[in-house]
Design a protein around this ligand. Structure first.
Ligand code: AHR
Length: 503
């Protein structure tokens, strides 16, 4: 099988926003407790944070982390997580049927972000609470001392404002499962009032309204239209979520799901344009895809806890999907989609970062390791910075449940300011290698600087505490550049990162 691509230096799609490689951490299962925070762990820092996890997160160069939920946030009192630890209440978490000790709150999370070299993106409870607690929270986090909330923050150990720029106005408010679920009109009106109020405090904040929880929601995409009609002038981004699953055990259909993701983004980009035209606005609202990942492996084992059969456990093993090689290919295709839609997707957060549907796993008191999906996320985040190229792609394809003629070759190209050119490619074919030829136009002399592959593993291969490296990248071979053409052979069911140095 052959595929050909043309890449021209002068035809970029857009500059990729670094925030597209963001992540998400929720008070859920072991994401926080024994995930990032574990006093007594051998690698712990002065704040009780696991050093081994910080190291893996730093390697990923995660630019921004959304916190503290998720469904959790819709019944969360942020005040419970500040002040002396021994005075913080233990609460029942209604979203996940667990107990929340509040040992970690916004101060501790800020310390972790500093250690991990990342920025906070905070979500506000617009489920059980509303305008007043939203403005108090923002003033507490960002307000000056000399005022009530700033002074309280100082009393709690932090005089300097945290300076958090990104604020999510609620979470999945279209979902009937959400505490405080609302209609699009109810939510749109509230979100607009909250946005106006927060802007009165600080005009420079970046505010994110809830779009759909997924594109199968009955209210999609009318939800986005109505919410944007209410909020367009007051907000910056609309959030989308999508989780991927292969319940039918059909790899071809599963790997085609990025076509559904692409259609989802295209529909909401059009909805934004529609509302923009109706408002006669020059402003461009963009997409914050602030929850995405594979999520289905752990569904069955989670039912007992979520159904309440185990009472209210603290930090139990929940949503601990163990990812296989097939999922790594999927994550490669998802990230390629975000790169190709970097014109409109300006923030994206892998959901989540540690233990809970996550690229990083930990054992309490023991090791931390990389799941299979860590690697495509790592390569995209570390090498996928710069301009996304408008590639012209010719590849054979196949018909799937969600789309026809899905190309066997899924590819994205990134040009880093005349220094480097990187291609991320997935061969979706189950049995045939793909001979790839890329015509490089306008880049001058190029040489192979690095070539990494994930290939040759059984689709069900996983990384575990006992075998953390069962699926790991290997140095690729055979790629070459000659007469302005890059050629490479992509094995069946494989992921590749090919990086060229430009003269
Ligand atoms: O990431 C897990 C959950 O998925 C989040 O809490 C929620 O927003 C989504 O439904």
């Amino acid at each position: 099988m052959k595929a050909s691509v043309v890449a021209h230096r002068d035809y970029p799609i857009s500059t990729i926003d670094d925030r597209v490689y963001g992540a998400f951490l929720e008070h859920l299962g072991r994401a926080i407790y024994t995930g990032i925070y574990e006093p007594g762990h051998p690698t712990v820092d002065a704040n009780g944070m696991r050093g081994d996890v910080v190291k893996l997160v730093k390697d990923l160069k995660v630019p921004i982390v959304r916190y503290p939920g998720g469904n959790f946030v819709s019944a969360y009192n942020w005040e419970d997580g500040v002040g002396p630890r021994d005075k913080r209440p233990t609460r029942l978490d209604l979203a996940w049927h667990t107990s929340e000790s509040n040992a970690v709150g916004v101060h501790e999370f800020a310390q972790w972000c500093e250690a991990a070299g990342t920025e906070m993106m905070l979500a506000i409870n617009l489920g059980s609470r509303g305008l007043d607690s939203a403005r108090n929270f923002v003033e507490y986090v960002n307000g000056p001392t000399g005022s009530y909330w700033g002074d309280l923050r100082k009393t709690n150990g932090r005089a300097t404002p945290f300076g958090v720029r990104h604020w999510c106005l609620g979470n999945e408010m279209d979902g009937p499962w959400q505490v405080g679920h609302k209609t699009a009109d109810e939510y749109g009106r509230l979100a607009n009032e909250v946005a106006k109020t927060l802007r009165a405090f600080d005009r420079s904040l970046e505010l994110i309204v809830c779009g759909s929880s997924n594109s199968d929601m009955k209210t999609y995409p009318e939800w986005e239209r109505i919410v944007l009609e209410h909020t367009y002038d007051a907000i910056d981004h609309i959030s989308l979520h999508m989780y991927f699953a292969n319940r039918a055990k059909n790899t071809a259909d599963y790997l085609a799901l990025s076509a559904k993701l692409d259609a989802y983004i295209a529909t909401i980009a059009s909805t934004i344009e529609f509302v923009r035209a109706r408002k006669r606005s020059r402003k461009r609202v963009t997409i914050s895809f602030d929850e995405w990942n594979v999520w289905y492996h752990s569904n069955a084992q989670d039912r007992e806890i979520l159904g309440g059969a185990k009472g209210w456990p603290h930090a139990p093993r929940l949503l601990e999907d163990i990812y296989n090689f097939e999922d790594a290919l999927q994550v490669g295709c998802i990230l390629n989609t975000f790169i190709r839609r970097s014109d409109v997707v300006k923030i994206a957060c892998i959901a989540q970062l540690v233990n809970v549907i996550a690229p990083i796993m930990t054992e309490p008191g023991g090791a931390a390791w990389r799941q299979t999906i860590y690697y495509p996320y790592y390569f995209a985040s570390v090498y996928g910075r710069g301009e996304a190229l408008r590639l012209s792609v010719k590849s054979p394809g196949y018909d799937s449940e969600v789309a026809d003629n899905v190309p066997y070759l899924d590819i994205a190209g990134v040009h880093d300011a005349g220094r480097a050119l990187t291609f991320f490619a997935v061969n979706r074919h189950p049995g045939e290698k793909l001979d790839l030829e890329i015509d490089l136009q306008g880049f001058g002399a190029a040489t192979i600087a690095d070539h990494q592959t994930l290939a040759g593993a059984p689709l069900e291969a996983v990384n575990t505490l006992a075998q953390p490296l069962a699926v790991a990248p290997k140095k690729g071979s055979g790629a070459s550049v000659k007469d302005g053409r890059l050629t490479a052979s992509l094995p069946a069911h494989s992921y590749q990162m090919i990086r060229l140095a430009l003269a």
